[in-house]
Design a protein around this ligand. Sequence first.
Ligand SMILES: Cc1ncc(COP(=O)(O)O)c(C=O)c1O
Length: 392
Amino acid sequence: MENEFGRFGGQFVPGVVIEALNELETAFNEAIEDPVFIEEFKYYLKNFVGRPSPIYYAEQLSKKLGGAKIYLKREDLNHTGAHKINNTVGQILLARRMGKKKVIAETGAGQHGVATATTAAMFGMDCEIFQGKIDMERQKLNVFRMEILGAKVTGVETGTKTLADAVDYAIGKWVERIDDTFYLLGSAVGPHPYPTIVKYFQRIIGEEAIKQMDEQAHKLPDYLVACVGGGSNAIGLFTEFIPHEEVKIIGVEAAGKGLHTKDHAATLTLGKEGIIHGMNTKVILDEEGSISPVYSMSAGLDYPGVGPEHAYLQDIKRATYEAVTDKEAVDAFLALSHLEGIIPAIESSHAVAYAMKLAPTLDKDTIILVNLSGRGDKDVEAIKKYLGNSEV
Ligand SMILES: Cc1ncc(COP(=O)(O)O)c(C=O)c1O
């Protein structure tokens, strides 16, 4: 196994899983060398997902803030409404190539569950999604979408009943059904080779963005900003830009109710090195050194670990990580909706919120490219509840 992310990453899993991971790695390495597989992947990205997703200059928002220009990479316009579909198309093609007929997946915000159910329907595969009971409640619309698409959604009642528990449960179920089932992991997390696989299928975001920025602005962006839950939309945008050292890279985590409280999910900001879900990375620990429950109003950022490559990029100082509170994210959600006519996912609103803080500190020739990882239809009910009686 190659050590791609310095001391981070690895395979901290039982032997039976190591065997399945080795099989997966071999199949993946063969697939990406096969021009037929690559053509097929590109075909579905173009004709099913609707790629390339555009880049849009958020002129009203930029002018109002009075500093740098904010551009948005519109992953919200993809089929099913988020970046998650890029990875599910890639992995379902891999599952099919490996002769698997059943897929399982975990989901937090439900976007990965919807994307998995969608691609499973397309290829006639049996699909079961595991989702924490709390997340099922706050993302009801997506639960219903998954069911309409023919997937079985199983609620996870353990722990905090959120994303981390759904991942634990999915890994457990995979071990039971390893012979005929493909585990379609939804973020750049987990044991090797999952973070590498997810990055490979998501890097199209940055590949397109680098060309589109050149066409539209005739320069590279000065800053990249993306929200980080497990880290897949962020790594998808960042990868192509990493060699361009003049481009500053910023990941944005959830500060929930504030970094001074226990109710946050700011893993890279406040976490320590540790093992979760089969990888060595940064994790949020309690006083006893156990994985701590985390909180964010955003189900997709509510995760006590993070993809190992982000821990590595922070360690080598190629990327920095900031944290944004629920309140700042909701303000950004409303600002983008009012000023640009774009309702962002609450996850993506964290990236928008940080860009809104950064832009006024920079001059108007500076460009910030924000990854708008998803659309906010799934979040309107939660925003309504959060705002209570206050004016929208
Ligand atoms: C729209 C959206 N953005 C971001 C995320 C966070 O995941 P990741 O960090 O893997 O991009 C999610 C997760 O559900 C999501 O639905």
